[in-house]
Write a protein that binds this ligand. Structure first.
Ligand code: ADP
Ligand code: MG
Length: 357
């Protein structure tokens, strides 16, 4: 089941929660809506579900306009951050609930319900908890049961709103890869809301980055991380260094280095900012060829395969540290120690004309 969202806008009073949002969820894909708190993710999910009406725009399910379809007709399954299970029901009965409340003529037999529920509990690897009550489960187990319950009615679409948001970091990580594996088995069209960039990048087939009710970028995790379309996406999706400079006729000057900027050919000179990921900075002990920015090693974090360096720039009073990541191998080659001088060069970057304040 594919979903098309076309030009959705939604106001709460004078506040715009969604501004002309369009996107497509492909059949069988796991799409993440990623953005800071208040960016409109939940509102968009609720409009897709039919729990909220947009002011303008359309939602299509498999090409058919669902805008006026009731939430029950859309056959969506939900998992929320605090999807309270029924406390007075066993895990088995929680999962069976959606089947038991069906109108009589659509209701499976008791034997069918038993077999379906056990199948689902096996799928979420918690069959052994069938007779327990929710309070006897951990938070992570409860969310897996919430997912089994959502799947019981065989939804065409699964909507997950920060499902792991209330869990601690270690459990979140486990459930992340668990959800990914589960989705690979089931291929149910899913929309997953999160404000956690690592979670989105790790779980999703594609990521929609939202900011203030607008879509900033849609792409695969690689695309949005490696080729961010805007300064917002750069800063939201991981560590980034900003180098201020100038831009003029296809050339840019950043921290005294001249570089090609073929996408920016305008004749007037502009202030510009180069956005550089920590692993896209080349570090050396000497200046070779094309110039470099002089810096000093302020701190070294060498745990793990990647060594993180924090540098101060020699030519700037700026207190902002430059974040650099190099391989352990390169680190050993350089034999760096705290306080020593290095020369750096952005190896890959994107230039954005500076915001005029
Ligand atoms: P997110 O899920 O990305 O955190 P939401 O979609 O929940 O964002 O909310 C977007 C904005 O819309 C927020 O600023 C929120 O306060 C506002 N908002 C959401 N629902 C309502 C509502 N029912 N009434 C008024 N404002 C709302
Ligand atoms: Mg939300």
């Amino acid at each position: 089941m594919s979903i098309q969202v076309r030009n959705l806008s939604k106001q709460f009073g004078t506040f715009s929660a969604l501004r002309d949002v369009s996107l497509e969820v492909r059949s069988g894909e796991l799409l993440a809506l990623l953005g800071p708190s208040g960016s409109g993710k939940t509102t968009l999910l609720r409009v897709i579900a039919g729990l909220e009406a947009a002011d303008t725009g359309q939602v299509l399910f498999q090409g058919e306009d669902a805008t006026d379809q009731h939430v029950r007709e859309r056959q969506v399954g939900f998992v929320f951050q605090h999807y309270a299970l029924f406390r007075n029901m066993t895990i088995f009965e929680n999962v069976a609930f959606g089947l038991r409340v069906r109108p009589r003529k659509f209701r499976p037999t008791e034997a069918e319900i038993r077999s379906r529920v056990h199948e689902l509990l096996k799928l979420v690897q918690l069959d052994w908890l069938a007779d327990r009550y929710p309070h006897q489960l951990s938070g992570g187990q409860r969310q897996r049961i919430a997912l089994a319950r959502a799947l019981a009615v065989e939804p065409k679409v699964l909507l997950l709103d920060e499902p792991f948001g209330a869990l601690d970091a270690k459990v979140r990580k486990e459930l992340r890869s668990w959800l990914r594996r589960l989705h690979d088995e089931m291929h149910i069209t899913s929309v997953f809301v999160t404000h956690d960039q690592e979670e989105a990048l790790e779980v999703a087939d594609r990521v929609v980055v939202m900011n203030e009710g607008r879509i900033e970028q849609i792409g695969t995790p690689d695309e949005v991380y490696e080729r961010p379309a805007s300064p917002f996406v750069y800063e939201f999706l991981g560590k980034v260094n900003l180098f201020h400079g100038r831009l003029h006729r296809g050339r840019a000057w950043i921290g005294g280095i001249e570089v090609d900027a073929p996408e920016h050919t305008q004749a007037e000179e502009l202030s510009a900012v180069a956005y550089v990921r920590p692993h896209d900075i080349h570090v050396d002990r000497v200046v070779n060829g094309d110039g470099a920015i002089a810096a000093h090693v302020f701190h070294i974090l060498s745990v793990g395969p990647v060594v993180r360096l924090e540098l101060t720039r020699d030519d700037s009073e700026d207190k902002e540290l430059i974040q650099v990541e190099i391989s352990k191998e390169r680190f050993r080659e350089l034999k760096l120690a705290r306080g020593e001088q290095v020369f750096i060069r952005p190896a890959r970057f994107d230039l954005f004309p500076a915001q005029i304040h």
